[in-house]
Design a protein around this ligand. Structure first.
Ligand code: FEO
Length: 172
């Protein structure tokens, strides 16, 4: 059985993951408005990943006998100055999410909740990937600031990304 404190903190993380999905969906829409459909596709996949993160926590709370209490999701930003500004925002946002996950792990340790701590390790590893992936795009976009042709190539590359749903009952 999960403690009330841990339950509340995990519920807040569901909201943070849903907000992430909302933010990336808003970014998808921004890229569509620029006809950068590969970038838009990348954001759609990112949105699906965030929904999956939220559902992973949802299922875990439920499995541990807790109660899911959904709150309102904040409205995301809708406009950015450039594709580079978008990915800088993604990078900053993912750093924030990493700190939220770290706080959850700290709480699980404090509560001596080994099951939640173990569950959260998947998110710790996922955040390493999420931050690296955003930073890679920032670097790529910075390199092609004066080479517009590169933007089309990157758009084509990002258009290849596909969402791979996790296997049922898998922790990977
Ligand atoms: Fe669910 Fe991008 O962190």
């Amino acid at each position: 059985m999960i403690s009330k404190k841990m339950e509340k903190a995990l519920n807040a993380q569901i909201n943070a993951e849903m907000y992430s999905a909302y933010l990336y969906l808003s970014m998808e829409s921004y890229f569509k408005s620029l006809n950068l459909n590969g970038f838009a596709n990348w954001m759609r996949v990112q949105t699906q990943e965030e929904m999956m993160h939220a559902m992973k926590i949802y299922d875990f709370i439920s499995e541990r006998g807790g109660r899911i209490l959904l709150k309102a999701i904040e409205g995301p930003q809708t406009k950015w100055d450039s594709p580079l500004a978008v990915f800088e925002a993604v990078s900053k946002h993912e750093q924030k999410v990493t700190s939220l996950i770290n706080d959850l792990v700290d709480l699980a340790i404090k509560e001596k909740d080994h099951a939640t701590n173990s569950f959260l390790q998947w998110f710790i590893n996922e955040q390493v990937e999420e931050e690296a992936s955003a930073d890679e795009k920032v670097q790529q976009l910075k390199m092609m600031e004066n080479a517009p042709g590169g933007m089309f190539m990157l758009d084509r590359e990002l258009g290849q990304r596909v969402f791979t749903p996790p296997a049922q009952n898998s922790n990977t």
